[in-house]
Design a protein around this ligand. Structure first.
Ligand SMILES: O=C(O)[C@H](O)COP(=O)(O)O
Length: 185
């Protein structure tokens, strides 16, 4: 079972690479409680501070090990000029503003990342801490839906759980989607 987790709420101080806010830390502690009885030994996270801090809280509470993975970096699928027709025209302008560092043309890197992660981890229970659009693209990939579908999956909230496991035929199945933790008052 692969548990995809979006990082906890991020603080605004460092806009380029923010860490977690107090709320974000509380969200992730609550998520750790939710996962406490699962046999999770490993947590992989993207290179950003908000994903590594999320992974750190989870590993401290779950007794698991953490490791960074570029496969979980913040990427946004952007259509190549030839594939723009896969998306409704009202979306085209939005793609122009996606920062260069995040642009993943036709989601090629994300698709390969999902295949690599699924192949490597489908038979263990693992947490992958990443970003909203990454999770949306991975879910779209599992459902084998057309490219533009990723923009209608979500919003994926902070510190939520989207769990994908193999069915009896070994195919990936979305078992849980965007499950929120309940914060104590
Ligand atoms: O790639 C994304 O999902 C967006 O850039 C938002 O990222 P975030 O999950 O870090 O807010």
């Amino acid at each position: 079972m692969i548990h995809l987790v979006r990082h906890g709420d991020a603080a605004g101080e460092d806009r380029a690479d923010p860490g977690l806010s107090d709320l974000g830390r509380r969200q992730v502690h609550a998520l750790a409680n939710r996962l406490a009885f699962r046999p999770i030994r490993r947590v992989l996270h993207g290179p950003s501070r908000r994903t590594s801090e999320t992974a750190c809280i989870l590993t401290e509470n779950l007794g698991a090990g953490a490791a960074p993975s570029d496969l979980l970096a913040d990427r946004t699928p952007v259509p190549s000029p030839e594939r723009r027709g896969d998306y409704p025209t009202h979306r085209w302008e939005w793609f122009e503003d996606v920062p260069a560092a995040e642009r993943d043309i036709d989601g090629t890197d994300l698709t390969e990342a999902w295949h690599t992660l699924w192949f490597a981890h489908h038979d263990e229970e693992i947490v992958l801490v990443t970003h909203a659009f990454v999770i949306a693209w991975f879910v779209r990939q599992v459902l084998n839906a057309p490219p533009a579908t990723w923009m209608r999956i979500g919003p994926i909230d902070n510190a939520t759980l989207t769990s994908i496991g193999p069915n009896i035929a070994g195919e990936p199945v979305v078992e849980t989607f965007n499950a929120e933790v309940i914060l104590p008052l």
